[in-house]
Write a protein that binds this ligand. Structure first.
Ligand SMILES: NC(=O)c1ccc[n+]([C@@H]2O[C@H](COP(=O)([O-])OP(=O)(O)OC[C@H]3O[C@@H](n4cnc5c(N)ncnc54)[C@H](OP(=O)(O)O)[C@@H]3O)[C@@H](O)[C@H]2O)c1
Length: 231
């Protein structure tokens, strides 16, 4: 069975991807912080190893590494992420405590966790998948802190791919999704018409994992379109 580790699997895209990979027979190591949602996840995915904790906490990351153990790790998904503040502030109002917290979750924790399981990833010839955003490449007002963290994460993923040709390293922009994070980014908007993670992002990621193209940055919408052309 492939072994996959997904951070931030109690809600949104992380949860939807965990359910899809569980269906596909993956052994899963999952995390998140909210105790009630962690209990629900354990009930829904009884085969998975679900560990409560914050990705910025080194002891929690060590618990994830211990759960992987000496096995080869086929897939590591850096999904846990934060916007920092809602509503999102313009750069002039972005305080450094918030900016540091965003970078800790969105950039430093993924780097730390990746390096901690690099041996296990190499043993499996595995895949590292980081969740990007259009805010990593566009300059939307008020998205500067979060966008900078995702741009830096994209850079980290690209360099990791160059340094480890035996791995696949993907940065994936999932597109807009109807989740708690998206609602927090647009607190006064009705987001009910946005697709759920299951509609587009999860099928796009599954197509990427199936086809295993070269390491690089991909958009879920393009991955779906390309896999439809091939079908
Ligand atoms: N939604 C969008 O439109 C959109 C667009 C572009 C990119 N993205 C990216 O896609 C990914 C998934 O987004 P989403 O919308 O599904 O987010 P979400 O609904 O806010 O879910 C985030 C998940 O991460 C967990 N999490 C957050 N901070 C954590 C931490 N410090 N330690 C451990 N777990 C943590 C949350 O659970 P707990 O609260 O239980 O910890 C939850 O399970 C993110 O990387 C996001 O940046 C989203």
């Amino acid at each position: 069975m492939p072994l996959s580790l997904i951070t931030g699997a109690t809600a949104g895209l992380g949860r939807a991807l965990a359910v899809a990979l569980d269906d596909a027979g993956h052994d899963l190591v999952l995390d998140g912080r909210d105790p009630a949602r962690l209990d629900e996840l354990r009930a829904d995915l009884p085969r998975a190893t679900v560990i409560g904790g914050d990705v910025t906490d080194p002891e929690h990351r060590q618990a994830l590494v211990d759960a992987v153990g000496g096995r080869g790790l086929d897939l590591l998904v850096h999904n846990a992420s934060t916007l920092g503040r809602s509503p999102l502030p313009h750069l002039a109002q972005l305080d450094h405590t918030t900016l540091r917290a965003v970078l800790e979750v969105n950039l430093v924790a993924p780097h730390a966790l990746t390096t901690a399981v690099l041996d296990q990833l190499q043993r499996a010839g595995g895949t590292v998948l980081t969740l990007s955003s259009d805010a990593a490449v566009e300059h939307y007002e008020s998205w500067g802190g979060y966008g900078a963290s995702k741009a830096a994460l994209d850079h980290l993923a690209g360099t990791l791919g160059a340094e480890h040709p035996g791995l696949r390293v993907y940065a994936v922009d999932p597109g807009d999704m109807r989740t708690a994070m998206h609602q927090a980014a647009f607190p006064n908007e009705d987001i009910s018409a946005r697709p759920l993670p299951e509609d587009l992002a999860v099928p796009g990621i599954l197509a990427l994992l199936r086809d295993r193209p070269d390491s690089g940055r991909y958009r879920a919408a393009e991955l779906i379109a390309e896999s439809e052309v091939r079908a």
